[in-house]
Ligand binder design. Structure first.
Ligand code: GDG
Length: 461
């Protein structure tokens, strides 16, 4: 990473979960933040991942490779209200355009505010005057306002990893203004796409009485100046390409390849989440099998879906629904020596995933809504340049704004997704290469380092 202007300041990253060294199988974002912290020296603050009798009675400290880690435990009740209740039971569905799934309870909101206060309280004592603070995601929206009330004057930035729906939808969230207006306490609010940015500005201008200044900053109703901008998150493009290239020698990749017996592989990799459009995806695949009997025994669909947020009812329901759907598809179309769908509820080491992506002729990424979707980008970066696969991508993933050479689909349109699958499976090599080259140059230009530095540069401007 080349150090931008703010390189002198210590970086303090705050997120609900902290990727402790040698503990978590770090995803793309976690390793990027870790790299940014390692380069500058810094502090990562957040929840320890542990539950205790009481919230935040002590801060656990750890030091590794120029990075300090400071984490706090949460009580069962606080975790239930804050994480399961408000963050994932109300905010997540609302931010993913699903007001029908919002389970709003005032007690959950209070728990959410309580945990944010506990974060602010513990964090404030760890901050030095020149630190630059970067807060991540919807769990921690009011954190800056709480820090400001405690006298913290540092630069504080916020990045929202989810989409942001239009104001007309956001106002359906009870107490939306009390919560969302606190975003004005940040110096910079980052979102993934121009559409999210329009929604943010529109909300502030039309629902809170903020005004837009000529220099592009907004002035909140109570006079605070702040900026907002789009920073499309990305991946470690070169690192993933290299991992995928060398993954071929892994035993597991060889086993997958052998098991295909020459069939074309379609792959999906998603956290088991209703925003990812999995039931609709299964339906589109079933439609393809129904209308293209010539493809039977010539294709296999591998869906990897590690379970998440099992404490939330909708996540348990979707898991059951997908088990039924996968069983139904296999029951209807399988032959003694061929199963059209392989559906797996577990996670794999990331390097192995890159090898699976590279083995697949089609990457099927069809969320109903997604802030960005890193799987789409990882699929592209993992391909063999000589014989790349085709990405079928939802128009409603932030990634569709950049990866315009994917086959873009509406995930709710069963026929359109089935058409795209058929087109992808039949696409000539020259067209596959041309589309892949175009997408790959986007990913080379905007990788995770560029994203990280662009945000921090804007925050310190
Ligand atoms: C949120 C936003 C936004 C998946 N299965 C395994 C595994 N993964 C990794 C993928 C990828 C990451 O998890 C998933 O990232 P996505 O972006 O696809 O989706 P969310 O988890 O919903 O992420 C999203 C993102 O934040 C970043 O801002 O793009 O819109 O919803 O890196 O590879 N990793 C391993 N094993 C698995 O089985 N190791």
């Amino acid at each position: 990473m080349t150090a931008p202007r703010h390189a002198g300041a210590r970086l303090v990253v705050v997120s609900n979960r902290v990727a402790l060294p040698r503990r978590t199988a770090a995803g793309g974002l976690a390793s990027a933040l870790q790299a940014a912290l390692c380069e500058r020296g810094g502090l990562w603050f957040g929840w320890s991942g542990k539950l205790a009798a009481e919230t935040a009675t002590q801060v656990h400290r750890l030091h590794d490779a120029k990075v300090d880690y400071a984490t706090i435990d949460l009580s069962h009740a606080d975790h239930d209200d804050f994480y399961t209740g408000f963050a994932n039971g109300a905010l997540w569905p609302m931010l993913h355009y699903r007001p029908d799934l919002v389970d709003y309870r005032r007690s959950h909101l209070h728990g959410y505010l309580r945990v944010n206060e506990a974060f602010a309280d513990r964090l404030q004592r760890l901050i030095a005057p020149d630190d630059v603070i970067w807060v991540h995601d919807y769990h921690l929206i009011p954190l800056a306002a709480m820090l400001r009330r405690r006298g913290v004057k540092n630069r504080i930035g916020f990045f929202l990893h989810t989409p942001l729906p239009a104001a007309g939808l956001l106002i359906a969230l009870p107490n939306h203004r009390e919560l969302l207006e606190t975003l004005a306490s940040y110096d910079l609010i980052g979102v993934h796409t121009a559409r999210d940015l329009r929604a943010l500005e529109d909300y502030f201008l039309h629902e809170t009485g903020a005004t837009m200044r000529r220099d592009g900053r907004m002035r909140s109703a109570n006079g605070r100046l702040f900026r907002s901008a789009a920073f499309p998150i990305s991946i470690d493009t070169a690192g993933i390409a290299e991992a995928a290239r060398t993954a071929g020698s892994n035993r597991e990749i060889g086993q997958l390849r052998d098991s295909l017996e020459g069939r074309s592989l379609i792959i999906g990799v998603d956290r088991l989440d209703y925003s990812k459009g999995l039931p609709q995806r299964f339906q589109a695949y079933a439609r393809l099998l129904e209308r293209a009997p010539e493809l039977h025994r010539r294709i296999t669909f591998l869906q990897i879906a590690p379970p998440s947020r099992g404490a939330v009812l909708e996540y348990r329901q979707i898991r059951r629904e997908l088990e039924r759907s996968a069983g139904h598809i296999n029951g209807k179309y399988a032959a003694p020596d061929w199963a059209p769908i392989r559906y797996i509820n577990k996670s794999f080491p990331h390097k192995l995933l890159t090898g699976y992506y590279r083995t697949a002729r089609v990457g099927l990424v069809t969320p109903l809504r997604d802030g960005m979707n890193l799987v789409a980008k990882e699929y592209v970066a993992s391909q063999d340049p000589e014989d790349p696969g085709v990405l079928v991508l939802s128009r409603f993933a932030g990634a569709a704004q950049e990866l315009t050479d994917a086959l873009l689909v509406n995930p709710a349109d069963t026929e359109e997704v089935a058409d795209a699958l058929q087109q992808a499976l039949n696409m000539p090599l020259a067209e596959r290469r041309q589309r892949w080259n175009a997408m790959m140059s986007v990913l080379r230009e905007n990788d995770i380092t560029v994203w990280c530095n662009a945000f921090l540069r804007a925050l310190c401007r």
